[in-house]
Design a protein around this ligand. Sequence first.
Ligand SMILES: Cc1cc2nc3c(=O)[nH]c(=O)nc-3n(C[C@H](O)[C@H](O)[C@H](O)COP(=O)(O)O)c2cc1C
Length: 350
Amino acid sequence: MKVLALNSSPRVKGQSKTELMLSHLVKGMKEAGADVETVDLRTKKINYCKGCYTCWTKTPGVCVHKDDMALELYPKWLESDIVIYASPLYYYTLNAEMKAFIERTLPILIPYLKRGKDRTGHPLRSKFPQSVVVSVAGFPDDSVFDALRFWSKTVFGHGGGLLAEIYRPAAESMVYSGKRDIILEAVEQAGKELIQHKKVSPATMAVITQPIAEPDVIADIANIAWQPMIDGGMTPAEMEKKGGLAYRPDSHQTLLAMMAFAFNPRKAAGKKGVLQFKFTGKQAGDCYLTINDGLCTRHLGLAEKADCTVEGPFEVWADIVQGKADGGKMAMESKYKAQGDISLLMVFGQ
Ligand SMILES: Cc1cc2nc3c(=O)[nH]c(=O)nc-3n(C[C@H](O)[C@H](O)[C@H](O)COP(=O)(O)O)c2cc1C
C-alpha cells in the first residue's frame, strides 16, 4: 500500500502540531506495513493554478507549470493508494499551501460535465487516490472543524474515497497537557487501523478527539501563556528557545486550571476525592479540585467535604505548580500543610 503524507504547516518539527499528529499517524501506518512517503509542502515550489485549462485542452492531463508540483508531486499523488492531507486549521479551513496543492490536481479531471445522482461533476482521467484529512486547531471546540468537514466530504467523499477525518482541537494546548501521550498513541493506532481496515474505529477516534480540559480552563491556560510573550516581545518559538513557555498562575482560577490541565488520567486511575486548598497571604481564600477517575474539575470556595486539605501561602503553590519548587520538599520544610488522603496530592506530583 503506497501512502503519500502531505504536511502543509509552515512551521518546523518541534513547533508544528500538524507535523506531530501526522508523524504519529505515519508511524502507525508503517508499523502496519505501508510504504509511506512524507512531504513537507513548505519545502516545495507549488505555483497557483492559473485557470488556463491547458491541462484540459491543449495537453490533456499535463499542467502548463513546470514546478515541483507538476514534475514531482502530481505524479506521486497519482500513483498513491492513499493520500493524507494534513493541514493546520487557518480561518476554519485548510491553509493556503494545501489548497494550492489540491487546486493543482485539476489535470485529473476531464472537462465534460457529468450529471450524478444529486449533483454535477467531472469524469476522472485516472483513479483518484483515497483520502485522509488531518487538521489541528488552536480553539478547543470541536465545531471549529464544521466547515472543513463539509468541504472534505464534498471534495473527497465521492465513491467512498474519504477514509477518515482526524481533527484535533486545542492542539497547541494538547502538547502541554496530561493527555498528550494518550492522544498521540491513539493517533498511531489510527494509522494501523487505516492500513488494516481502511477506516478508524469510533473507539480510537474518541480517544483522539477527547477534550483535554473544559474550554474555560484551556482559555485560562492559553492566556497565562500569551501574557509573558506579549510583555517580553517574544514569539512562541523564541520563548521556547529561552527555556519554554512561562506559565505562572496569578489567581485561584489559573492555579486550579493549571492543575486540572496537567492532570493525567492514567496516573489517577481509580482515584476519587476532593482536594481542598485554603490559601493564606495576598491571595487568601478557598478553592478546590474534584477528582473522579479520569476527570478533574475546578471550583471556587469550600467543598462540603474534603478528602485532602492543603493550607499555606498561595505564592508557595504558584511556585510548585510553575515547577519552580518541589511539592514534597516544600511540605518537608513546612511551607504548607497537607492533611487527609495525601495520595490525591501525589497524583499531581506525577
Ligand atoms: C493564519 C492563522 C489562522 C488560524 N485560524 C484558526 C482558526 O480558524 N481556528 C482555530 O482554532 N485556530 C486557528 N489558528 C491556530 C492554528 O490552527 C494552530 O496554531 C495550529 O496548531 C497550527 O498548526 P501547526 O502548529 O501545525 O502550524 C490559526 C493560526 C494562524 C497562524
